[in-house]
Design a protein around this ligand. Structure first.
Ligand code: C2E
Ligand code: MG
Ligand code: MG
Ligand code: MG
Length: 285
C-alpha cells in the first residue's frame, strides 16, 4: 500500500512539474514578445538625500504591461528572464531607456539614475562595452549612472567572480558608480566590501524597524551597517522607508539617502519628472 501511495505521489509530482515547465515556457515566449512589442516599461522611484530631503536620483524599476491584463511585477518574471537568457536583451533595453530619460533630468537638475543589473548580464563578455555605448548614445555622463548589483554577483560561494569584477572595475575607471543592492541579505564575508569595486551600499528593507518596534536590536543593526559603510567611505541608501520614525532614525544614525513609500512609490516617467521639478524648486518632496 505504501508503495502504491508512493507511486501516486510521484505521478502527482510529475504532473505538476510538467505544468510548471509549460508555464515557464509560455512565460518565456510571452516575455520575448513583450520586449519587441513595447509591453515593457520603466517606472522611477525617487532617492532622497536626508540632509535636505531633495531628490538626488531615481531607481529604474522594470514593469510588464501585457495588453488588457494586470501589470506583472518583476518578481514574477525576472527569474524566468534570467534562466532563459532573455534578461540580456531586456537589461540592455531598460538601461538604454533609463539613460535616455534621465539624461534630460540630469541636464536640468543633476539627477542620477540607478539601474539593476542581474548576474547573467555580467557574464556577457561585451557587457562593459554595451554600458559605455548606452551612455554615449544617451548623452548621460558616466558619473550619473549607478549600477545596482547583489552581493552574489561579486562573491560566489566565497570565491570572487573575476569576470563581473573585471566589467565593474573597467566601468568605474570611466566614472560609473556601483551599489550593492539588498545589502545584508546575502551570506558573503564582509571582507569583500574593502577590496571590491563598489561605491554605495543599499541597506535592505528588512533592516528597517517595524512601526512601533522599540526593541533596541533593530536600531543596532542599522547603526552597525551605516557605521561600517562610513568607515569604508561608501555611500549609504536605506531601502523600504515607509514611516517618519524610520526617517528620523536614519537621520540620527547618519544614513545619507533614503528610498521608499514614505517619499514616493515607483511612478511612471511624467510623475517622476514632476516630483523632481517640485523637489528642485521647493526643496520638499
Ligand atoms: P530592488 O532592486 O531591491 O528594488 C526595490 C524594490 O522594493 C522595488 O520592487 C520597489 O518597488 C520596492 N519598494 C520600494 N520602496 C518600498 C517600500 O517602502 N516598501 C516596500 N514594501 N517595498 C518598496 P519592484 O519594483 O517590485 O522590484 C523588485 C525587484 O525586482 C527589485 O528589487 C530588483 O531586484 C528586481 N528588478 C526590478 N527591475 C529590474 C530590472 O530592470 N532589472 C533587473 N535585473 N532586476 C529588476
Ligand atoms: Mg535595486
Ligand atoms: Mg534593493
Ligand atoms: Mg530587493
Amino acid at each position: 500500500a505504501a508503495k502504491e501511495a508512493g507511486r501516486d505521489q510521484l505521478i502527482v509530482f510529475d504532473q505538476s512539474l510538467r505544468e510548471k515547465r509549460l508555464e515557464v515556457a509560455q512565460t518565456v515566449e510571452r516575455l520575448g514578445r513583450a520586449l519587441t512589442q513595447g509591453e515593457l516599461l520603466v517606472h522611477f522611484q525617487p532617492l532622497i538625500r536626508l540632509a535636505d530631503e531633495r531628490i538626488t536620483g531615481v531607481e529604474a524599476l522594470i514593469r510588464w504591461q501585457p495588453p488588457g491584463e494586470r501589470m506583472v511585477p518583476p518578481d514574477r518574471f525576472i527569474g524566468v528572464a534570467e534562466d532563459s537568457g532573455l534578461i540580456v536583451g531586456i537589461g540592455e533595453w531598460i538601461l538604454r531607456e533609463s539613460c535616455r530619460v534621465v539624461a534630460g533630468w540630469h541636464g536640468r537638475h543633476g539627477t542620477v539614475v540607478s539601474v539593476n543589473v542581474s548576474p547573467r548580464q555580467l557574464r556577457e563578455p561585451d557587457f562593459g562595452a554595451m554600458v559605455l555605448d548606452a551612455l554615449r548614445d544617451s548623452g548621460l555622463p558616466p558619473p550619473a549612472l549607478i549600477l545596482e548589483i547583489t552581493e552574489g554577483v561579486l562573491v560566489d560561494q566565497g570565491a570572487v567572480t573575476e569576470q563581473a569584477i573585471g566589467h565593474l572595475s573597467m566601468l568605474r575607471s570611466h566614472g560609473i558608480k556601483v551599489a550593492v543592492d539588498d545589502f545584508g541579505t546575502g551570506y558573503s564575508s564582509l571582507a569583500y566590501l574593502r577590496d571590491l569595486p563598489i561605491d554605495h551600499i543599499k541597506i535592505d528593507r528588512s533592516f528597517m524597524p517595524a512601526p512601533g518596534d522599540t526593541d533596541p536590536a533593530a536600531r543596532t543593526l542599522v547603526k552597525a551597517i551605516v557605521d561600517l559603510a562610513a568607515g569604508l567611505r561608501l555611500g549609504t541608501i536605506a531601502e523600504g522607508v515607509e514611516t517618519a520614525e524610520q526617517v528620523a532614525l536614519l537621520r540620527e544614525l547618519g544614513c545619507e539617502r533614503a528610498q521608499g513609500y514614505f517619499y514616493s512609490r515607483p511612478v511612471p516617467e511624467p510623475d517622476a519628472a514632476r516630483l523632481i521639478l517640485e523637489s528642485a524648486s521647493s526643496g520638499v518632496v
